[in-house]
Design a protein around this ligand. Structure first.
Ligand code: ATP
Ligand code: MG
Length: 292
């Protein structure tokens, strides 16, 4: 299948965090949280980004959102380039690239009602009259499987899955081209996870929005992604078509990630831990930390 020209292009992206300095006369060091990462996403496509905790997934997401200083590399979405550190991201870019995070309750202002939570981006970025905004909010709620009777309720009156639907509706309000989904179902019960993933798929079919779907679990990512990129210690170690990466992972780390979705007994888990340590040690031997 030929892919459409990319909507988002990430090239050679590196993000470094300053390392803690024990004494002022020590040389300042920095650690690469993201190290020469490149990938792209076509319009209407979902790229899954998987990797264990601390591998740099959220840092990539934050960099694309313009919330994170970039040490090197470029990010392009539409015709907007984000390059050097500290540059302000244009307002138009903020409209085009939205986010949904892991904890829906934490990301929804508890004092606001649904009508205002979902309508706020419209109030801030457009000059639509209130009545038109409300119509649009109802449309957005229906798109994520909620009803107009929910308009005057507060976030605490909803289940976790419903709260995440509200967060998705809010992210959709300004018709973004791309949504960064950072562990959007990780805090939900397994039975609810698939419902929310279905909502995301329906929304994509209807609007043509692209997703960067971040998760640590390959099984969750496989379901929704056309392609998957596997991150390990700040780098993408493998990228390919979702079924291929899940069925025939080439990199030993992807194989390990895949094995963690299988039900194994404790002894196997102990073996897995040992293997993981061995793998980490071999990476450390290959890649000494770099001074800046
Ligand atoms: N503000 C920060 N200052 C210093 N180091 C940071 C900061 N944020 C993240 N890091 C480090 O950068 C690395 C990547 O973190 P990141 O949050 O991107 O990983 P992640 O893959 O999203 O992990 P998780 O699955 O736990 O969400 C980690 O080693 C982390 O400790
Ligand atoms: Mg994260």
């Amino acid at each position: 299948m030929t892919r459409r020209p990319p909507l988002l292009e990430v090239q050679d992206l590196s993000v470094r965090y300053p390392a803690a300095r024990r004494f002022p006369w020590w040389k300042s060091r920095s650690n690469a949280a993201v190290d020469h990462v490149s990938f792209d996403i076509a319009p209407g496509e979902t790229l899954g980004l998987v990797g264990e905790s601390g591998s740099g997934k959220s840092t990539v997401g934050r960099a694309i959102l313009g919330l994170q200083r970039i040490s090197a590399g470029t990010i392009r979405c539409d015709d907007v380039h984000i390059t050097d550190a500290g540059r302000k991201v244009p307002r138009s870019y903020r409209r085009r690239v939205q986010a949904v995070f892991q904890d829906p309750y934490g990301s929804l202002n508890p004092t606001m009602i649904v009508a205002d939570l979902v309508g706020e981006p419209l109030a801030l970025h457009t000059d639509l009259p209130r009545s038109t905004r409300t119509e649009r909010v109802v449309e957005l709620l229906e798109m994520v499987g909620l009803r107009s009777r929910h308009l005057s309720r507060h976030p605490y009156q909803f289940s976790g899955g419903q709260q995440q639907r509200i967060a998705i509706a809010r992210a959709l309000a300004l018709e973004p081209a791309l949504i960064i989904l950072d562990e959007p179902v990780s805090s939900l019960d397994v039975s609810i996870q698939s419902q929310v993933i279905n909502v995301l798929e329906q929304v994509q079919a209807k609007t043509g929005v692209s997703y960067l779907f971040i998760a640590h679990d390959l099984a969750v990512v496989r379901h929704i992604s056309a392609r998957i990129a596997v991150m390990y210690r700040g780098r993408i170690v493998e990228e390919g078509e979702a079924d291929r990466v899940c069925e025939k992972p080439e990199h030993p780390y992807s194989q390990l990630l895949l094995s963690s979705i299988l039900n194994v007994d404790l002894r196997d888990q102990a073996q897995r831990r040992a293997y993981r340590h061995e793998l980490a040690a071999s990476f450390r031997r290959q890649e000494p930390t770099v001074d800046q």
